[in-house]
Design a protein around this ligand. Structure first.
Ligand code: ZN
Ligand code: FE
Length: 303
């Protein structure tokens, strides 16, 4: 759905991060990420590529492939993906869906009938049948990779995320329209309390987790984040980095969980500067949920 908010990113050039290890944790080579040899598990584990395929105006269909089979997340349209698969002689094995909005599900029927791919989606949302329905706490395997399902209500009431803790190349999160880089999804069906809990669940994932959001909203989100926290040096550096990426028509995603904790105001609802900024909009914002609610309202009207 257009207008759902904010994407995220990853910055190689964080002057405020002196330690090389921390620096590496925040850096994502791009756009098509082959595993670095040092990250590659020995022998039989397949090497995998992670690709954000642009769709519509600002969506990405995230693709994970092992050179033969492909996993696609939230394919809102089919044609671009079918052409991508054909150009690489790849088979579509599995489709994962995070929530019911048409820009995440619109391509499912055509892809299912063209490829026979298995479809997996949230247990409690209207979905293009037939599919396998999953809910928080359940596990699944696709392309030999183990995924955990995490309930993340807020943007929609049954929104789920898929987390692969041991994916080749490092932990991997497909979070749909819940967490964006430097932002979060609009609250179409949920409450600030639900979104806060969902975001905190994602923020607790390992630092190096690659965060694959469905929209390229990063620059707009960063403008808002800088209005909230103008003196956050990580945020300033990351905004410069993303301006450069977008000027070169490069994706700003995937982001990393450690980076999001450093720059995303919706994950920083206990940070004094964020609380203070939220209170300029809502003087009664006295707890993290109220701070998130005030930020979300502010962002809805931010230009
Ligand atoms: Zn959505
Ligand atoms: Fe969307």
């Amino acid at each position: 759905m257009a207008g759902e908010e904010s994407g995220g990113t990853t910055g190689p050039d964080h002057p405020a991060r002196p330690a090389p290890a921390a620096h590496r944790a925040l850096y994502t080579p791009h756009p098509r990420m082959a595993d670095s040899p040092s990250d590659r598990p020995p022998l039989a584990s397949p090497s995998m590529n992670l690709t954000p395929l642009p769709a519509f105006t600002d969506n990405y269909i995230w693709l994970l492939d092992d050179g033969q089979r492909t996993l696609a997340v939230d394919p809102g349209e089919a044609d671009g993906l079918l052409a991508w698969l054909q150009a690489r002689s790849l088979a579509l094995d599995t489709i994962l869906i995070t929530h019911h909005h048409a820009d995440h599900t619109g391509g499912v029927d055509a892809l299912r009938s063209a490829t026979g791919a298995r479809v997996i989606g949230p247990a409690f949302e209207p979905m293009p049948e037939p599919l396998q329905r999953v809910a928080g706490g359940e596990a699944l395997q696709a392309l030999g990779v183990d995924f955990e399902v995490i309930d993340v209500p807020g943007h929609t009431s049954g929104h789920i995320a898929y987390f692969a803790p041991r994916a080749p190349g490092g932990p991997l999160l497909f979070c749909g329209d819940t967490l964006f880089s430097a932002g979060c999804g609009r609250l179409f069906e949920g409450t600030p309390g639900q979104m806060h809990e969902s975001l905190q669940r994602l923020a607790a994932l390992p630092d190096e987790t690659r965060v694959c959001c469905t929209h390229e909203y990063t620059l707009a989100n960063l403008r808002f984040a800088l209005a909230v926290e103008p003196y956050n040096p990580d945020l300033q550096a990351h905004a410069r980095h993303c301006e450069t990426l977008r000027a070169a028509d490069q994706p700003t995603l995937p982001s990393r969980i450690a980076l999001e904790r450093a720059i995303n105001p919706f994950l920083r609802t206990t940070e004094p500067a964020v609380v203070q900024a939220a209170r300029t909009r809502d003087p009664a914002a006295n707890d993290p949920v109220a701070v998130l609610g005030a930020l979300r309202e502010w962002k809805n009207n931010f230009r």
